[in-house]
Write a protein that binds this ligand. Structure first.
Ligand SMILES: Nc1ncnc2c1ncn2[C@@H]1O[C@H](COP(=O)(O)OP(=O)(O)OP(=O)(O)O)[C@@H](O)[C@H]1O
Ligand SMILES: [Mg+2]
Length: 258
């Protein structure tokens, strides 16, 4: 497989965090999922959020974008507390985009019309919007299915459409929930390249969760592992896979990046 990223960005560590999650707790029907969870994401970094099924990764993404509210704790973006800012205002004011784990598109609209629908909201200038849509259709190899209803696309094509929709407004903070699921090998490499290019050229900040660990760790500057509602380990990919707590909670002891 091609080497996607030859370096890890270190300079971002000097900056104030773009996103800070502080002492968040969250329960669903008396089942506590997150327990005083805290972490920080620095501008311009690509960060992996790892952990076993059901640990709360998608819940964290929903909390950050404002789809749900925490029982306790605060969320800060650019140093401002955003707990009380509703999802639409939060995503537009802070230029935040999300690619959800499931869905994220309108079933009965074509590929093109899904992109147009979100483009109307995210890109005000009509010419810039059309150019951005055409660029994304080409970059995500969606030409063949541009006029096909989204519900009729293959699993990988649906995934590519949702990621393309998340990139329409050239976000400052991008949250990707399992972007590599359903994707073939070439599509994974294509998306890795797109994310790294966004980082190097646009200083986009990206939080990604995925169980395709090798694909994910190849593009991450650092990652953290969640277990029992908290961050139990963090570091660069090579540090993390050797970390005994991370091995015990998630990787196992024989995992290697291939
Ligand atoms: N709205 C809800 N009501 C009740 N339980 C919920 C709700 N949302 C999430 N949960 C529960 O919270 C836990 C965490 O779910 P979440 O989807 O965040 O896990 P995840 O880490 O993203 O897992 P996966 O790797 O399988 O995607 C699960 O046990 C889930 O059943
Ligand atoms: Mg999930």
């Amino acid at each position: 497989m091609a080497i996607i990223k030859k370096f890890r960005i270190k300079s971002y560590k000097e900056n104030k965090p773009l996103l800070a999650v502080k002492d968040i707790s969250m329960s669903f029907e008396k089942r506590q999922i997150l327990k005083d969870l805290s972490f920080e994401i620095h501008k311009g970094s690509i960060v992996g959020m790892l952990g076993p099924n059901g640990v709360g990764k998608s819940t964290i993404i929903n909390l950050v974008c404002g789809l749900i509210s925490p029982d306790k704790g605060d969320i800060f973006i650019r140093g401002q507390k955003v707990n009380d800012i509703p999802i639409f205002t939060r995503t537009s004011k802070y230029n935040l985009s999300v690619c959800p784990q499931y869905g994220g598109y309108l079933f009965d609209l074509s590929t093109l019309d899904n992109l147009k629908a979100v483009g109307e909201i995210r890109v005000k200038n009509q010419r810039a919007r059309s150019e951005r849509i055409e660029y994304l259709i080409s970059r995500f190899q969606l030409e063949e299915v541009r006029d096909i209803k989204a519900r009729l696309l293959s699993g990988g094509q649906k995934r590519r459409l949702t990621i393309a929709m998340a990139l329409l407004g050239e976000p400052e903070l991008l949250l990707l929930d399992e972007p590599f699921s359903f994707l073939d090998i070439k599509s994974i490499i294509n998306i890795q390249e797109i994310i790294v290019k966004l980082q190097t050229e646009n200083r986009i900040t990206c939080v990604i969760t995925d169980h395709q660990i090798s694909a994910l760790l190849k593009i991450c500057d650092e990652s953290f592992v969640l277990a029992e509602g908290k961050v139990i380990a963090k570091g660069t990919p090579s540090e993390l896979i050797k970390n005994p707590e991370a091995q015990s909670a998630y990787f196992g002891d024989s995992f290697k990046i291939n």
